[in-house]
Write a protein of this length. Structure first.
Length: 575
């Protein structure tokens, strides 16, 4: 915990966060441990914090809500259940209590440090292997704005991150001990049912598995049913589950939005502290609702709602984060549906849309997604780094979709099909998807899921407008559908011809376009015309500026994207 000069203050701001969450979630290839880890991360920011406050004299919002997520949220915004710190009737006020993160206002330093001590100690005992940071900063509620105190406590938290050793130092290998059968950490016991050695980390995760399934059941709403519990059940639950996918989504510009929130609200003065705190809490809870509603909507694009078993494992759902494991077939539709519905949900929420308008000049927020698709035998926990890098690739849309030099809310997704030997570095994978000494790029991903009308491109730089126009998600889906046109019960554009074109791509632009011209006369009206940018001058490629090399051009094609996606995408586009 960060140290602080001993100057008496009226209020202390406490921030507790988990670090390297995704590594903790995907530390093994056992879904029972992945979901248990998710539950522990959630309880760190909720149960552990709420019960620590209760031990120091506050009300136990966790027990009053019987551990229900909705109950906790209702009590956080209720001044009777969660008294305001300036009233003087409570030792601490909970501002944010989310999965993996909590913000608390404490009456004095003893209470503030006590919260951090109790939460971090409990994490060591009940969630070994989870990295937890806490920091405290005292300030005068009536003289200093909370936003300044936030910046100060954030600096302290950064110092804690730098100085605190990682969790791997807790599990030394000397003297020599048996290795855990799932995590590779030192084993602490033998699991009798499977007769394998388990580490304390794996054991703790497995113990929380039932609580996870109980908690996420509410995400299905009133439709009933349940999510799948492991990869084997995922495969059994769907006849065509030849592939599985890790889908990861993350909000666009949310970090900067929270940093600028006080300024955008006009709450940079101490007299606005109460309004700022209440807005921050309500806004955080509203984002969670938007994400959960978008997730529920997206499930309908993955599987018919009348099925009792939903073939999906939700690891993280809430705030600006989504991480799920699902069948590869439909994963792209699921991701796109989530992104679009997230935009709709944020635009229909009065508070979220108001803040979005102040920050981005548009009444909605956006998110980006990465979809890593692999065979079931592929170690899916190794696919998450790819999904995370795909999100980063999709987020380049922030630099491209702008208005008057400011980013606009724009959602995009990127995807990659993994066949088993590519490794976990997206850049290395895509270096192999180039031709002509790197001057020709054989993919056009990511694709922009936000519908963009012609008038939306007004004011864009010419090359940015061209980039956005060539990467519309609906147009991409229509291209995929065009390759499946049928004539007399057969594919109008034979698969053998498409694979001939695919092979030509890797031999260079001239070879690929030569093969295209050989096919053009016969298959132009069979869907081949949808694979070119200009039917008058048919080519699989178009020119665009290389954003990684200023003033340098390259050739790009979407054919490989179409062929990679055809097995995983519903034909045609959906709203």
């Amino acid at each position: 915990m960060a140290a602080e000069s001993g100057c008496a203050r009226s209020v202390h701001l406490v921030v507790i966060e988990t670090g390297d969450i995704q590594h903790y979630l995907f530390a093994s290839n056992k879904v029972r441990e992945n979901v248990g880890a998710s539950e522990l991360v959630y309880r760190l920011g909720t149960q552990f914090v709420l019960e620590a406050v209760a031990e120091l004299g506050g009300r136990n919002l966790w027990s009053e809500a019987a551990g229900r997520e909705d109950g906790v949220r209702d009590r956080l915004v209720d001044p009777a259940a969660n008294p305001r710190i300036e009233d003087g009737s409570t030792p601490a006020e909970i501002v944010i209590a989310n999965s993996g993160r909590a913000v608390v206002l404490a009456r004095d330093r003893e209470v503030a440090t006590g919260i951090v001590q109790r939460v971090t100690r409990r994490a060591l005992l009940e969630a070994p292997g989870l990295l937890v940071h806490g920091a405290v900063h005292g300030f005068d509620w009536h003289q200093q704005p909370v936003c300044e105190a936030e910046r100060d406590v954030r600096r302290k938290l950064d110092r804690v991150r730098v100085t605190l050793p990682g969790p791997e130092f807790r599990f030394l290998r000397l003297p020599i001990v048996a290795e855990c059968g799932t995590s590779g950490l030192p084993a602490s016991e033998i699991e009798p049912e499977e007769e394998i050695a388990l580490s304390a980390v794996s054991k703790a995760k497995r113990l929380k598995r039932p609580f996870f399934h109980e908690r996420v059941a509410h995400l299905l709403g009133d439709g009933g049913g349940r999510f799948t519990r492991d990869i084997d059940e995922l495969e059994r639950g769907l006849d065509l589950c030849n592939w599985i996918a890790v889908v990861h989504a993350d909000g666009n510009g949310f970090g900067q939005m929270f940093i600028d929130l006080a300024k955008k609200l006009g709450a940079t003065d101490a007299s606005e502290n109460r309004r700022y705190i209440d807005t921050l809490r309500t806004f955080s809870l509203a984002l969670n609702r938007c994400a959960e509603n978008a997730f529920r909507h997206a499930i309908g694009h993955l599987v018919p709602q009348d099925k009792d078993l939903v073939p999906l494992v939700p690891l993280v759902v809430g705030g600006d984060d989504l991480t799920v494991i699902c069948p590869g077939g439909g994963a792209l539709d699921f991701a796109a549906a989530y992104l679009r519905q997230f935009e709709r949900e944020t635009s229909s929420d009065s508070l979220v849309s108001e803040i979005a308008e102040r920050v981005f000049s548009e009444r909605r927020l956006a998110s980006c997604a990465g979809v890593a698709i692999m065979k079931p035998h592929y170690p899916f926990f190794q696919a998450y780094p790819i999904a995370e890098q795909l999100v980063k690739s999709a987020k380049q849309v922030k630099q491209i979709a702008t208005r008057n030099g400011r980013p606009r809310p724009c959602s995009a997704l990127d995807f990659q099909v993994l066949h088993g030997s590519e490794g976990t570095d997206l850049d290395l994978i895509r270096q192999k998807m180039t031709a002509d000494d790197g001057l020709t790029r054989l993919w056009a991903r990511p694709y922009v899921v936000t519908p963009i009308a012609a008038q939306d491109l007004e004011g864009e730089e010419e090359h940015d407008a061209a980039w956005l126009k060539s990467r519309g998600w609906d147009e991409f889906k229509d291209r995929v559908a065009a390759t499946h046109k049928e004539s007399d019960g057969r594919r109008a554009l034979p698969r053998s011809q498409l694979h001939d074109l695919r092979e030509g791509l890797f031999q260079g632009r001239d070879v690929a376009d030569y093969r295209l011209r050989l096919m053009w006369g016969r298959y132009k009206d069979s869907g081949l015309d949808r694979l070119v940018a200009d039917a008058e001058k048919p080519s699989l490629f178009w020119r665009e500026r290389d954003r990684d090399a200023e003033q340098k051009e390259r050739h790009v094609t979407a054919l490989l994207d179409v062929l990679d996606a055809e097995e995983f995408l519903t034909r045609g586009h959906q709203p």
